[in-house]
Design a protein around this ligand. Structure first.
Ligand SMILES: *Cc1c(COP(=O)(O)O)cnc(C)c1O
Length: 212
């Protein structure tokens, strides 16, 4: 099936897999960020939408090397300990990594961290929107921003110590014209550990580069 024919919407994609006798795994590396942003419940975003297995990420949201693999039907999890070992993911004293999950989930800490990361991204997107020559193909919904920057702004940001990478532009319903020769398409990611002052410095550096 060509990508263009792939049905849009998670329910349709889940149905397509289930009709073919396949199970559906959701990569939830940023599950918390999506949940906080979209105001769904965790169940609506997983088993109620037909997801069979979820990798519930904690590493990108503050933990050290800690993810939970959740099967919504216990029977499907029967072989996981063996698969995990064969995949080289069974660590000795792994319980010390796993112990982070208790603190992560307690009192909604995981949601607070994600809300903080998303808030930093919003601050960055609002700042970038005021930088002349910069445009964003999609609205900022989680802790990631995709932006088209003039090359001279990109150079000034890199010279100022900003760390980010170029991203391949694909036209997935982008709401702006693709990057031109003198522009670069980048992905910017904020985290629980970002500082508002760093974001403000990033924007100030970009603004100073346009003024030159
Ligand atoms: C980081 C990560 C990804 C990539 O996620 P991005 O949002 O593109 O950074 C995918 N899967 C897992 C398990 C990850 O940890």
């Amino acid at each position: 099936m060509a990508l263009a024919d792939f049905p849009r919407g998670v329910e349709k994609q889940v149905a397509l897999a289930h009709d073919a006798g396949l199970m559906v795994h959701m990569d939830g590396a940023r599950f918390a960020n999506a949940l906080v942003s979209q105001q769904y419940t965790a169940s609506e975003m997983s088993w109620k939408a037909g997801i069979d297995a979820l990798s519930f990420g904690a590493t990108k949201n503050g933990a050290l090397a800690c993810e939970a693999v959740i099967f919504f039907d216990r029977l499907n999890a029967a072989s996981l300990p063996y698969q995990r070992k064969r995949g080289g993911h069974t660590l000795s004293k792994g319980r010390f990594l796993g112990a982070q999950m208790a603190a992560y989930l307690e009192n909604g800490h995981w949601l607070d961290l994600a809300g903080r990361a998303n808030g930093h991204a919003r601050r960055l997107a609002q700042g970038l929107a005021k930088v002349p020559g910069t445009r964003m193909p999609w609205p900022c919904e989680v802790n990631e921003i995709f932006a088209i920057l003039p090359r001279k702004i990109d150079a000034a940001l890199k010279a100022g110590g900003a760390l980010y990478y170029p991203w391949r532009f694909r036209d997935f319903a982008a709401k702006c014209t693709p990057p031109a020769e003198d522009e670069v398409f980048v992905r910017l990611v904020t985290s629980f550990a970002s500082q508002a002052s760093e974001i403000d410095r990033f924007i100030a550096t970009a603004l100073a580069a346009t003024a030159k």
